[in-house]
Ligand binder design. Structure first.
Ligand code: ADP
Ligand code: MG
Length: 230
């Protein structure tokens, strides 16, 4: 479903030095419905990698084939449209719109996909335990509840792939485990593959398949990059 080849991304060095390679991934694949945790120390390129897959950032070179399209070849507006239809993204800081209710945040996400479906939006929020919080705005919700709204929004357009960036980072350990379980169950029930990024050992350890970004990323330097992935 997702096939990445020779993916490269550099950032210009502050002050105008040579560009610094952050991502140099020869090969990465994810099957339909797969569930994978991508580990890696802070600054190793995890968020950049997810943003490239989501088409939020543009790769310098390589290919990202998802559901039959190569995202690297698409222009910005085509990438936006593609993302809305095929990818759900749970951002590290959720990126909910505070002027809108939980339900409206999910409906807004649907505007860019197949279109708003109030019934399905309510159903998703209900499944995620927010049936009595539909009219609450993000600041009226706990962090865990906000994260569940973000998850509902990510699933709203029935994506084939859900990306989640350190989704449990701002939750205490008990809540984090619960939230993670819910996220995995919801993705499985809705038929979405899950690619989750984390540097938290308890999160990483709970996945059957996890790998360190350094194992696939030749741009990773320092500790962990020479670990000899099989
Ligand atoms: P992670 O999510 O693993 O912490 P990031 O993908 O956020 O890593 O960042 C990887 C590296 O790229 C870091 O060294 C960071 O400083 C650098 N970086 C990230 N975004 C930019 C940017 N917009 N411009 C320049 N450097 C950046
Ligand atoms: Mg990050």
């Amino acid at each position: 479903m997702l096939t990445i080849r020779d993916l490269r991304k550099s950032y210009p060095a502050p002050g105008g030095g040579p560009a610094q390679a952050v991502i140099d991934v020869p090969s990465f694949e994810l099957g339909a419905g797969a569930e994978v945790c991508l580990a890696g120390r802070s600054g190793s390129g995890k968020t950049t990698f997810l943003n490239l897959i989501a088409g939020i950032q543009r790769a310098d070179a390589g290919s990202i084939e998802l559901c039959g399209s190569d995202l690297v070849q698409l222009g910005e507006s085509a990438r936006d449209a593609f993302r809305a239809r095929h990818i759900g993204y749970v951002f590290q800081t959720f990126n909910l719109l505070d002027a809108y209710s939980a339900l409206e945040n999910v409906l807004l996400g649907m505007l860019f996909g197949p279109g708003p479906d109030r019934g399905f939006a309510k159903e998703l929020l209900g499944e995620l335990g927010l049936g009595d919080r539909l009219g609450h705005r993000p600041h009226q919700l706990s962090i865990g509840q906000r994260q569940r709204v973000a998850l509902a929004r990510a699933l709203a357009n029935k994506p084939q792939l859900v990306l989640a960036d350190e989704p449990t980072g701002s939750l205490d350990p008990a809540r984090a485990a619960e939230a993670l379980e819910l996220m995995r169950r919801a993705c499985a029930e809705h038929g979405a593959a899950l690619l989750l990024v984390s540097h938290d050992q308890s999160v990483i350890g709970s996945f059957e398949r996890s790998l360190d970004l350094a194992e696939i990323n030749r741009a990773a330097s320092g500790v962990g990059s020479t670990g000899g992935a099989a």
